[in-house]
Ligand binder design. Structure first.
Ligand SMILES: Nc1ncnc2c1ncn2[C@@H]1O[C@H](COP(=O)(O)OP(=O)(O)OP(=O)(O)O)[C@@H](O)[C@H]1O
Ligand SMILES: [Mg+2]
Length: 262
């Protein structure tokens, strides 16, 4: 496991996220486990593992252990109830979606349909413009990264009952609308669903089972989470896609649905 070497700074945002340099020579955005936001880190972990399988542009991440003596030097540190934290490799020199007004090309546009469906599958309500990173690669040309999956499965402090009852509805996201403009063809969404459906059930269960005990997800909740993921991708995900599209409308309809209050 990588070890923290030096504290860099606090990162903006409402959660307890700090930039820390580790002994592998890289800086990581470390999100701490905080009481009241108990599901933030389990959500980050599960979303990350699934994103890796789907080859989505999410920064490399891992679960890290940070000694209390190290965290004690962080100014205004909010005490963590766990030894384990979630570390996302820091991608330097990026803009967020608010900071870029003109995008001509997204170099990894082939991943955008999968990102949108991934958000639907995991009920990620927080795909705001702050939760994408745009790395400039040329004139008005960007590589798009996705970050911050603390609010998947409806919230950062879900209960099992809430996850079982999550509605299948249109997610209102200007970022989805932005990304959808660069999806070339509706077929990319159907291809993305096919890939999601190839993830073995065992792998999903394994990912969920690895959530550290410190993060207080009960055995029942783990079961509900695995079942949610397994169940949702079969019938509900194609249903969501139909809702997004209406009847054969092009991808920009994701934006139109929103405008209709869909
Ligand atoms: N891997 C990363 N590379 C670069 N910047 C990052 C990375 N992870 C996080 N950040 C930066 O840290 C900020 C806070 O991280 P994150 O969005 O995960 O937490 P948050 O506090 O929950 O944010 P929000 O206020 O959007 O809910 C991000 O808005 C981004 O600027
Ligand atoms: Mg964020």
């Amino acid at each position: 496991m990588i070890k923290p070497v030096s504290y860099v700074k606090k990162l903006e945002g409402k959660s307890n996220t700090h930039l820390i340099k580790f002994d592998d020579g890289h800086e990581y955005a470390v999100k701490y486990f905080i009481q009241g936001f108990e599901k933030s880190l389990p959500n980050e972990w599960v979303a990350y593992c699934i994103a890796r399988y789907l080859q989505l542009p999410m920064p490399y991440a891992q679960i890290v252990e940070i000694p209390a003596e190290f965290s004690a030097q962080i100014p205004d540190f909010i005490e963590s109830a766990s030894r384990y934290q979630f570390a996302s490799r820091y991608i330097s020199g990026c803009y967020n979606g608010h900071e870029v007004s003109q995008i001509k090309k997204i170099v990894n546009e082939h991943q955008l349909a999968s990102i949108i469906l991934f958000d639907y599958w995991l009920s990620n309500r927080d795909r705001t413009k702050k939760n994408i990173l745009l790395k400039e690669e040329g004139n008005e040309t960007y590589h798009l990264w996705i970050i911050d999956h603390a609010e998947c499965f409806g919230s950062y402090n879900w209960t099992g009952e809430q996850v079982e009852d999550l509605p299948v509805k249109i997610l209102k996201s200007a970022t989805h609308r932005l990304m959808a403009q660069f999806v070339k063809d509706e077929s990319e969404f159907y291809e993305a669903i096919k890939v999601i459906q190839t993830i073995p059930n065992f792998l999903i269960e394994e990912i969920v089972s690895i959530i550290p005990d410190d993060w207080q997800v009960s055995a029942d909740e783990k079961k509900i989470l695995s079942q949610y993921l397994i169940r949702r991708r079969k019938k509900m995900l194609p249903r969501s896609l139909k809702k997004i599209y209406g009847k054969g409308v092009p991808p920009v309809s994701i934006g139109r649905e929103e405008q209709r209050g869909g």
